[in-house]
Design a protein around this ligand. Structure first.
Ligand SMILES: Nc1ncnc2c1ncn2[C@@H]1O[C@H](COP(=O)(O)OP(=O)(O)OP(=O)(O)O)[C@@H](O)[C@H]1O
Ligand SMILES: [Mg+2]
Length: 221
């Protein structure tokens, strides 16, 4: 299948705007190619059949968190392959239908840190990078904590400060964010401090570790 055609519409002021499909917007927001098809429709609920607590939490995430509910954060925590990024992108698709797509943001944590470091060599400005993270109407922050090996409890101080200040700004303005991480609550506290975790606990924390590793393909029958 070739690339999808882009259609255009003209607004009242005579400007032409591209009318993107959700997939085109996800690509535009730099969602990794493997996650572009991720949606609630493509989520396989069979893995949650024997896990009613998780099924309930995920139905809440899908159905009850609207732009009006005012939840500021949902933290999805689990080891690799449990579907955290899939669920975060599924939620992003919903917000794309509520807000102008350019006001939503998808940020891969390791990429953001690389981009921040590049600004130290004079490439671009950190303020511009942080603008999307701090003030987008909806943010997916994918893979928080990926800067250090699982066994290494410490992150450099500059990273710790940035995690806190970015999320503190969003918290102060009640701006919604879905954060995915391999770290559990104890490790997040050890790495980024109790003040961040206290704010995250005002939102929802969903532990997906009982789910099977979907990359292993254990339940593809
Ligand atoms: N329940 C599910 N139904 C359908 N697809 C799933 C499900 N769980 C995971 N997947 C798919 O499996 C792949 C891995 O999932 P995903 O990338 O969301 O894992 P993750 O928890 O974010 O892992 P990591 O910590 O390594 O980032 C993705 O392609 C995702 O779409
Ligand atoms: Mg992921």
């Amino acid at each position: 299948m070739g690339p999808e055609a882009i259609t255009y519409h003209t607004d009242e002021a005579g400007y032409q705007w591209a009318r993107f499909s959700p997939e085109q917007w996800l690509r535009e927001l730099k969602v990794p190619p493997t996650l572009i098809p991720a949606s609630w429709e493509s989520w396989d609920w069979r893995s949650t059949e024997s896990l009613p607590g998780i099924a309930r939490a995920l139905r809440w995430l899908r159905d009850s968190w609207t732009r009006e509910t005012g939840y500021w954060s949902v933290l999805l925590t689990a080891p690799p392959g449990r579907g955290k990024s899939h669920l975060a992108v599924a939620k992003l698709r919903q917000f794309l239908s509520w807000y102008p797509a350019r006001e939503c943001a998808y940020v891969r944590w390791s990429q953001l840190l690389r981009d921040i470091k590049e600004t130290w060599d004079g490439y671009g400005s950190e303020a511009t990078l942080l603008e999307a993270v701090e003030s987008s109407r909806f943010l997916v922050l994918d893979d928080l904590g990926s800067e250090a090996a699982e066994a290494d409890p410490d992150s450099p101080q500059w990273i710790v400060q940035r995690v806190f200040s970015m999320l503190e700004v969003r918290h102060a303005h009640g701006l919604p964010v879905v954060i995915t991480t391999n770290l559990d609550r104890r490790r997040i506290t050890a790495r980024y401090g109790a003040r961040l975790v206290s704010r995250l606990r005002e939102g929802e924390i969903i532990d997906l570790s009982p789910l099977p590793d979907h990359r292993v393909g254990g339940f593809h029958v």
